[in-house]
Design a binder for this molecule. Structure first.
Ligand code: ADP
Ligand code: MG
Length: 622
């Protein structure tokens, strides 16, 4: 709620709308106690007094009634009717929508066809017909306006409910034995409530206008009672001779509707969770770069990172997700990047091609060189040419990275045609070839499948095929096998292994599984709290880890057939990256720590082709 108000206050127009509307509401709430003339007392001797005549601040109308008094009482009535109509329409419409969307099937069909019939009538005609049937009067105008708006809410809310009614948490509620009523109230309603509020805030203005319209036609409030619409209607005859009688209610309608709409838009923006996290902005095409200097190249691999630093600036907090990572990988080489969840592996990988979302992400230092060219801060056009062409990614969740509405063959073809000017048929043939190369059975028919028709392992292979589509030089694989079972994982690992041997691919393989590293990687870098703590050839590091963190991490891997032994776990939690301790970040959890570990900067010290960031490393002879 505090966040909602903060976001709303940041939107200047919405704030202005809220202030104006608040002032109007305050005014009409105070109307009964203000020293005003009686709104309905006629005095034909004082007809059409101009504004600012003594005793009549806004002048008088054709019957000599005080316009200020009628305006305030009329606004009071119009606002009350408009808001009530909105609340009634939203309540009934949402109830209909939820019931239709939740139960589905025949209930849904019956209800929604009825709603469709209501929607088929022109809006204002329907309202007129309802008032004609019920007879003129403000109450009937309210009923008419509410009724014509019910279908709008019903359609809107039904759509949202259909999406929610099949979510797992609703199934879980059903399995726990909850009745339909309780599920609707406790599971569905809280999820659609924001949508109801948003729809209401954007339609209240309309409803006030519609009520005014009916009153203008003489079907709403009846003389002598004033509302904004009837005031306009009565002033119509004197529009030319005494324009102030029309201008006064007209301006009030303008002010009310404008301020409600501005506020409504602000409420919608602040409540929408997608807009919320990005602080009302869309992420930029490439990560923001803000670095003072460009470091010298430190390695001669095909892809070399030199002291990459990536931070997230959220409000006044700074999260140092990656704090100076240097890596190098050559053709045909596979480098493993390993570490606990949250250690900054993914952010490191995404920083290379500027894929970290900005805001809040900022690359504050370092360089990432592909064949000697720095990718950080590279013009977007050039970066885009390299993305997916020379350097490709495989992500962890293939269902989230494949488009659910396109066939996988078409998605593969699109990935190729994005970078190469080749024909549709040729791209399609190439797509099938790719599917074959990742060992998908029946590639011709599989190319016509949608992502949801494939198993997780198959989708992951499509993800790999897509990464291979343009014959890249470097593949960055971010936990590509974490979601898979061991047999499929083994197939995918051997596939990647073949590819790097056959095509000379350089692979950066991110994982938290030492078993996978042992199978695939030539070298491995261990990450902790955004930094590399140990690096070296896989076999040596697995056999003789020098950093206490690495050896604890290796101890956590269960051994098949190794007999019963106590499973090791590392006590404590990784530090929060917005508040890193001084000295070694692992010291608070380390059983070998000394007092000197908690002061100053601990450097990554190279030795015999390995490197370790520890003051008291455990070097054991081979
Ligand atoms: P992992 O090693 O599991 O891939 P990540 O690279 O995803 O870890 O995350 C590294 C750190 O960056 C984590 O501490 C995470 O909380 C932080 N982080 C990631 N994204 C954001 C964000 N949008 N805002 C703030 N912090 C973030
Ligand atoms: Mg990750």
């Amino acid at each position: 709620m505090r966040l909602f108000l903060r976001l709303l206050a940041r939107n200047r127009l919405a704030l202005a709308g809220a202030v104006v509307l608040g002032f109007v509401v305050l005014l009409v709430l105070m109307t009964p106690v203000l020293p005003l003339a009686e709104p309905n007392i006629t005095n034909t001797a004082d007809r059409f007094q101009r504004p600012f005549t003594p005793g009549h601040l806004l002048g008088t109308d054709h019957l000599g009634r005080d316009l200020l008094s009628r305006l305030l009482w009329g606004t009071r009535l119009s606002l009350a009717v408009g808001f009530s109509a909105a609340v009634i329409a939203a309540t009934i419409g949402a109830a209909i929508g939820i019931v239709a969307g939740y139960f589905g099937g025949r209930t849904d069909n019956l209800i929604m066809r009825g709603v469709d019939m209501l929607m088929a009538f022109p809006y204002i005609l329907l309202a007129l017909a309802i008032v004609a049937a019920l007879g003129p009067g403000l109450m009937n105008a309210l009923i008419a306006v509410a009724a014509v708006n019910v279908p709008f809410f019903a359609r809107n809310i039904r759509g949202i409910t259909v999406g929610i009614a099949h979510k797992e948490f609703v199934d879980a509620a059903k399995l726990s034995g909850m009745g339909h009523g309780r599920i609707i109230l406790s599971e569905i309603l809280p999820n659609v409530l924001p949508v109801i509020v948003i729809a209401m805030s954007t339609t209240v203005g309309w409803m006030i206008l519609e009520t005014a319209g009916l009153s203008f036609l003489g079907l709403g409030s009846q003389p002598p009672q004033a509302d904004l619409g009837s005031m306009l209607g009565e002033a119509r005859a004197a529009l030319i001779t005494s324009p102030h009688t029309s201008v006064v209610p007209g301006v009030m309608i303008l002010i009310i509707v404008m301020s409600i709409n501005l506020l409504g838009d602000g409420v919608r923006d602040a409540l929408d969770p997608r807009l919320r996290s990005g602080a009302l902005t869309r992420p930029m095409a490439a990560t923001l770069v803000d670095r003072d200097s460009v470091p010298e190249p430190s390695g001669d691999g095909i892809l070399t990172l030199d002291g990459i630093e990536t931070q997230f600036h959220v409000g006044d907090r700074i999260y140092r997700a990656v704090g100076g990572v240097s890596l190098s990988v050559g053709p045909g080489e596979c480098l493993g990047l390993i570490g606990e969840s949250g250690s900054g592996k993914s952010v490191t990988a995404l920083s290379i091609m500027g894929l970290v979302a900005s805001p809040p992400g900022v690359i504050t230092g370092g360089a990432a060189r592909y064949r000697g060219r720095d990718l950080i801060g590279m013009p977007y056009r050039e970066l885009r040419r390299l993305r997916g062409d020379r350097i490709a990614y495989i992500f962890q969740d293939p269902l989230a990275t494949l488009h659910p509405l396109y066939r996988v063959g078409d998605q593969l073809a699109e990935a190729i045609r994005c970078h190469h000017a080749i024909g549709r048929a040729e791209a399609h043939d190439r797509a099938i070839e790719l599917l074959k190369s990742v060992r998908i059975p029946n590639p011709e028919s599989r190319a016509r499948s949608y992502p949801h028709e494939m198993s997780g392992g198959m989708r992951q292979r499509v993800g790999i095929a897509m990464a291979l589509a343009n014959d890249p030089d470097v593949i960055i694989a971010d936990e590509p096998t974490t979601a898979l079972d061991v047999t499929v994982q083994a197939q995918i690992l051997s596939l990647l292994n073949d590819l790097r041997r056959d095509r000379g691919l350089a692979i950066v393989f991110i994982t938290h599984d030492f078993g996978v590293v042992a199978q695939l990687c030539d070298r491995v870098a261990v990450m902790y709290a955004g930094r590399i703590v140990e690096e070296g050839p896989t076999a040596e590091i697995l056999a003789r880890p020098a950093h206490p963190y690495t050896s604890r991490l290796i101890d956590c891997v269960p051994e098949l057939g190794g007999g019963r032994r106590e499973l090791a776990a590392i006590p404590g939690l990784p530090p929060s990256v917005d508040d890193l301790p001084a000295g070694c970040a692992f010291a608070p959890r380390c059983d070998k720590k000394q007092s000197s570990c908690a002061v100053g900067e601990v450097a990554l010290k190279p030795r015999d082709g390995r490197a370790v960031r520890c003051l008291y490393p455990d070097w054991r002879p081979a």
